[in-house]
Design a protein around this ligand. Structure first.
Ligand code: PLP
Length: 399
């Protein structure tokens, strides 16, 4: 099909829920993707923090190709080896004791919300409330949409799910004030991704942990975007010296295949018993074989995480240099590892489109925040290319 045919037939046959850029991608390798005419693009979005170890990573591809020839699906009425191997890798490399598998970030958070409620109900505390942050993003199912502290996602979908309460992000006093005898948990992103790459103060999570302990409530971290190496550690909470009770993962976990996971400490996880939660596709051998390889690549040595940290600081430095050159256009640079945002004084959409024309894929969130999510093994020359492209684009902007 030609690009135009694809654009037209998509409009005709696919529900209109996405604002897509005019690019028809047919192939991806490492941090490059290619359109139907073979034009190459440098991918600094990584399928939205999914392709953290590159498109078609050879080790991941081989792993699931082999698995595809043995067994793709069985349902969770039975046991499979890839699922238990993945659970073991996740447990051994995190605070958690147990894992529940599903298929997306929203489902992982949905599972976390259900576990919080079930745990509280088992303990007969009468608690059900979940405190989340304004500008958070937790997914698009009814419960995770409600957990998401942004009106624009709620509009038109009311009535929402009861039991969610919002506080400003990075505001400890607000959490203290919001907690009452009905509060069961605080659910928070260690760094807000969709909400504009918002990084809290150094001790924010530590203080949250203290407050949760003091009040006997659970701390759930949504690491769907920050997990799987994105911030320079396997999980973002590992920067902070604290451990949550519950953590959710998805995006980068499957190396491109759809998988979600909800992890918890034993005393919380034990509230889930047979029949209380389930997923037909959750943790199929195929996706788990890919995720096992992703986890091995990220944990067998520190090479990729170290590259992520070094290239992350390099990119932030270079973006700060741009800010000195274009103080009227650029307002703020913030990032951790390779989850990096550049807040503009102008709308970011045209900048994204201009970069795309020049063969560079970046993203914009919250209208004015350019988001950079390159693969974790990105090279310095590729960062230089993005900086050159942004320089060209900013030179063409008059404000
Ligand atoms: C993307 C994202 C989700 C939702 O994940 P889906 O796989 O799209 O359902 C949830 N939480 C955070 C922090 C995310 O970035």
């Amino acid at each position: 099909m030609t690009a135009n045919e694809v654009f037209e037939e998509s409009r005709k046959y696919i529900m209109n829920t996405y604002k897509r850029l005019p690019l028809f991608i047919v192939k991806g390798r490492g941090n490059r993707v290619y359109d139907g005419e073979g034009k190459e693009y440098l991918d600094f979005v990584s399928g939205l923090a999914v392709n953290n170890i590159g498109h078609c990573n050879p080790r991941v591809t081989v792993a699931f190709q082999k698995q595809a020839q043995r067994l793709v699906h069985t349902s969770n009425l039975f046991y499979t080896e890839p699922q238990v191997k993945l659970a073991k890798l996740l447990v051994e490399n995190s605070f958690a004791d147990k894992v529940f598998f599903c298929n997306s970030g929203a489902e992982a958070n949905e599972a976390a919300i259900k576990l919080i409620r079930k745990y509280s109900s088992e303990k007969e505390t009468g608690r059900y409330g979940i405190i989340t942050a304004l500008n958070s993003f937790h997914g698009r199912t009814m419960a995770t949409l409600t957990a998401t502290g942004q009106d624009k996602f709620h509009k038109g979908f009311e009535p929402l799910v009861p039991g969610f309460f919002y506080v400003p992000f990075n505001d400890i006093a607000a959490v203290e004030k919001a907690i009452n005898d009905k509060t069961a948990a605080v659910m928070i992103e260690p760094i807000q991704g969709e909400g504009g790459v918002n990084i809290p103060d150094r001790d924010y999570l530590k203080r949250l942990r203290e407050i949760c302990d003091l009040n006997g409530i659970l701390l759930a971290l949504d690491e769907v975007q920050t997990g799987i190496g994105r911030t320079g550690k396997l999980f973002a909470y590992q920067h902070t010296g604290i451990e949550p009770d519950i953590m959710t993962l998805a995006k980068g976990l499957g190396g491109g295949l759809p998988i979600g996971a909800m992890l918890a400490k034993d005393h919380v996880a034990s509230a889930f018993t047979p029949g209380t939660h389930a997923s037909t596709f959750g943790g199929t051998p195929l996706v788990c074989s890919a995720a096992v390889e992703v986890m091995k690549i990220l944990t067998e040595d520190e090479i990729i995480l170290d590259t992520c940290r070094r290239m992350g600081s390099y990119l932030v430095d270079e973006l700060n240099n741009l800010k000195l050159k274009y103080p009227d256009i650029i307002k703020d640079i913030r990032g951790k590892g390779l989850l990096i945002g550049m807040e503009l004084n102008i709308a970011g959409e045209d900048v994204v489109r201009e970069c795309l024309k020049k063969g560079v894929i970046i993203n914009c969130t919250m209208e004015r925040v350019l988001r950079f999510l390159p693969p974790l093994d990105v090279s310095q020359p590729d960062i230089d290319k993005v900086i050159e492209t942004l320089t060209d684009v900013f030179n063409g902007i008059r404000i």
